[in-house]
Design a protein around this ligand. Structure first.
Ligand code: AKG
Ligand code: FE2
Length: 307
C-alpha cells in the first residue's frame, strides 16, 4: 500500500440494531492498528459494517481481510487460481444465483464455520441486487422466555444441502460428492451460541445449512426449525444495503445472517469475496453477561407484542 496513512474512521449507525457505515477510510492506503481496532469494534457492535468507494485492487482487499484473521478457502465457489482465498461471485444470464438467496450464516456445514466475510462489489445489475442482514441476537432475544429456555442446550446438524446440485450427473460427479461428504461430515452446532467476544447469545440455525435438530423426531425438528428460521424474516431485525461498485462490506457470521436478494436476473452482478476462518463455537453459557446490553431494544420490541 502506498500514500498517506488513514486517520481515525468515523462510524455512522444506520439502524437501531444492525448496520453501520465506516467513513473517512481509503483501504488503498495504510491503516494504523488504532484505526483498525476502531473498525473491529464497530464490526462487533453493529454486526455488519460497510465502506463506500473502495476502488481497490483484489490484493488490497485480501490484505485488509487478513487483518481480521487467517483466511479460509471455499470449496463450492469459483476461485482465482493464483489466489485461492478469493471467491468470485458472478451471476448473469448463464450463471443464475446458487443459493445465496436463502437466509444463512456462511459455511455452517463446517466444523468451524466462517467467522467474518469481506465482500466487495465490482458490478451492479441494472436494478436490484441488494443484500440483507438479520440480527441473530435480536432473533434470539425476541423469542418468548419459554421458547428461549426450551432451545437452550439443543444442538443441530448442518449440511452443505443446496450445494449438492453441483454434483448431479455422472459417476465422476458422484465420486466428487462422496469426497465432499467425507470432507464435511455433518457437524453438530449449538442452537444458541454465546458469541466468544461480545458474550451475546445468538440463535445459530439457518435455513440454508441446518439439517435437523438432534434428539427430536423429524416432525418436531422441522416445525420447530421453521419457527426459528422465521426470526430472520422479521423486518425490524434487518438491515438492507444497496451496493455501488466499490462498496465493501464486512460482517460477523456469528452475529447475523444474510440474504442476497435475487431480483435482477438475467442482468449481470459481480462481487469479490474473501472470508476469515472460524474456530470453536461456544454453546449457550447461562453465566454469560453481554459486555454491553446490546439486546435490550430487541427484547422490548418483542414484549410490545408485535410478533
Ligand atoms: O452476493 C451477496 O450479496 C452475498 C453472497 C453471499 O452469500 C456471501 O458472499 O456469502
Ligand atoms: Fe453467504
Amino acid at each position: 500500500m502506498t500514500g498517506k496513512i488513514n486517520g481515525e474512521p468515523e462510524v455512522v449507525r444506520c439502524h437501531r440494531l444492525i448496520g453501520a457505515e465506516v467513513r473517512g477510510i481509503d483501504l488503498s492506503r495504510p491503516l494504523a492498528d488504532s484505526a483498525f481496532s476502531r473498525i473491529y469494534s464497530a464490526l462487533l457492535e453493529h454486526k455488519v459494517i460497510f465502506f463506500r468507494n473502495q476502488h481497490i485492487t483484489t490484493e488490497q482487499q485480501v490484505e485488509f481481510a487478513r487483518r481480521f484473521g487467517p483466511l479460509e478457502q471455499n470449496p463450492f465457489r469459483p476461485q482465482r487460481e493464483d489466489l485461492p482465498e478469493l471467491q468470485i461471485i458472478k451471476n448473469d444470464k448463464d450463471h443464475p444465483v446458487l443459493s445465496t438467496d436463502v437466509w444463512h450464516a456462511d459455511l455452517t456445514f463446517r466444523q468451524f464455520p466462517t467467522k467474518f466475510t469481506i465482500l466487495r462489489c465490482m458490478q451492479i445489475p441494472e436494478y436490484g441486487g441488494d443484500t440483507m442482514w438479520a440480527d441473530m441476537c435480536a432473533a434470539y432475544e425476541g423469542l418468548s422466555p419459554k421458547l428461549r429456555e426450551f432451545i437452550t442446550g439443543l444442538t443441530a446438524l448442518h449440511d452443505f444441502k443446496n450445494f449438492r446440485v453441483l454434483y448431479k450427473g455422472d459417476e465422476a460427479k458422484r465420486a466428487q460428492l462422496l469426497q465432499m461428504e467425507e470432507m464435511f461430515p455433518n457437524p453438530s452446532h449449538p442452537v444458541v451460541i454465546t458469541h466468544p467476544e461480545t458474550r451475546q447469545r445468538v440463535l445459530f440455525v439457518n435455513r440454508q445449512f441446518t439439517l435437523r435438530l438432534e434428539g427430536m423426531s423429524d416432525l418436531e425438528s422441522r416445525n420447530l426449525l421453521e419457527i426459528l428460521y422465521q426470526q430472520a424474516s422479521i423486518p425490524e431485525y434487518q438491515y438492507r444495503l444497496s451496493w455501488q461498485p466499490g462498496t465493501l462490506v464486512v460482517w460477523d457470521n456469528r452475529l447475523c445472517q444474510h440474504y442476497a436478494v435475487n431480483d435482477y436476473y438475467p442482468h449481470p452482478r459481480h462481487m469479490e469475496r474473501v472470508a476469515v476462518a472460524g474456530d470453536a463455537l461456544p454453546a449457550f453459557d447461562p453465566a454469560a453477561k453481554p459486555v454491553r446490553d446490546f439486546a435490550t431494544i430487541a427484547r422490548v420490541h418483542a414484549h410490545e407484542g408485535l410478533h
